[in-house]
Design a protein around this ligand. Structure first.
Ligand code: BGC
Length: 256
């Protein structure tokens, strides 16, 4: 697979705990312009090991130009500031610089929080397209990620998954991984999600919640059980939200 650099396109990379996915994205439509390629996340997932996979994806695609990458931690101006579910050696790493250096060829890599990337993609092309006011995207996976947007503009690194809920870190109570670990029914798990989302609702009074993460594929099993004043829309881009949002962030950084 080779992809020539084309205006209106960027390369998006989604870094997760099990897989690292990449594809060229048409940033006008939000569609993938090449097939999605997935490489297993190395273990231990140190910055150097993950950077090598990022370089492999870009080289294989023959890509030169804007590159965006998601990462599941607080990313402030390219530097990782937290490590809730990732190797602790990421804290303090300038991820923009590390990835830009390994990729080479004059391509610049922009890194952002994974839920922020998904939020950008859903706001532009998915469940929150055209929705004004305050939109909160919550991703339920290993942890809980959040993206807060006002009229489509992101406030980065909100980390609402780490709100305190009943004396616990909220994601330790209501992430999708907790449901798997404890073999919970959707009904039982949704009670926790409900309590969590009611808390977020009281804090922000959003106009719309978008729920994402793998478990949003089965949204019909738990979203109807939620008792909230705010409408809840399942994510639409599913597997591709991270890749698309990362590519958009890369292009926006350049000011297109
Ligand atoms: C991290 C967030 C991340 C979320 C989803 C949380 O544990 O703190 O940065 O967005 O997991 O991956």
């Amino acid at each position: 697979m080779t992809a020539a650099t084309t205006p209106g396109q960027a390369f998006g990379i989604d870094i997760g705990g099990t897989g690292i996915k990449g594809a060229v994205v048409d940033v006008q439509t939000g569609n993938l312009a090449t097939e999605r390629r997935r490489i297993l996340t190395p273990h231990p997932a140190t910055p150097e090991a993950v950077a090598a996979v990022v370089a492999e994806l870009v080289t294989e695609a023959g890509w030169r130009g804007d590159i965006g990458a998601t990462f599941p931690a607080v990313i402030k101006h390219g530097v990782a500031q937290s490590a809730a579910n990732v190797d602790p050696s990421w804290v303090g790493t300038d991820v923009d610089r590390l990835f830009t250096d390994v990729v080479g060829g004059g391509s610049e890599v922009v890194v952002l929080n994974d839920a922020d990337a998904a939020g950008i993609a859903e706001a532009r092309f998915g469940a929150a397209k055209g929705v004004g006011g305050v939109v909160i995207m919550l991703t339920f996976g290993t942890g809980i990620g959040s993206a807060l947007m006002m009229n489509g503009v992101l406030v980065p690194n909100t980390e609402l998954g780490h709100l305190e809920l009943d004396g616990h870190d909220a994601e330790r109570r209501a992430a999708a991984s907790v449901r798997d670990e404890h073999n919970m029914s959707y009904k039982r798990w949704s009670e926790r999600v409900n309590r969590y989302m009611q808390h977020v609702e009281r804090l922000f009074t959003p106009d719309l919640f978008v729920v994402g993460g793998g478990i949003s594929k089965n949204a019909d099993k738990w979203v109807p059980l939620l008792e909230l004043h705010t409408p809840v829309a399942p994510a639409q881009l599913l597997n591709d939200a991270g890749i698309v949002g990362a590519a958009m962030a890369a292009v926006e950084r350049r000011g297109e």
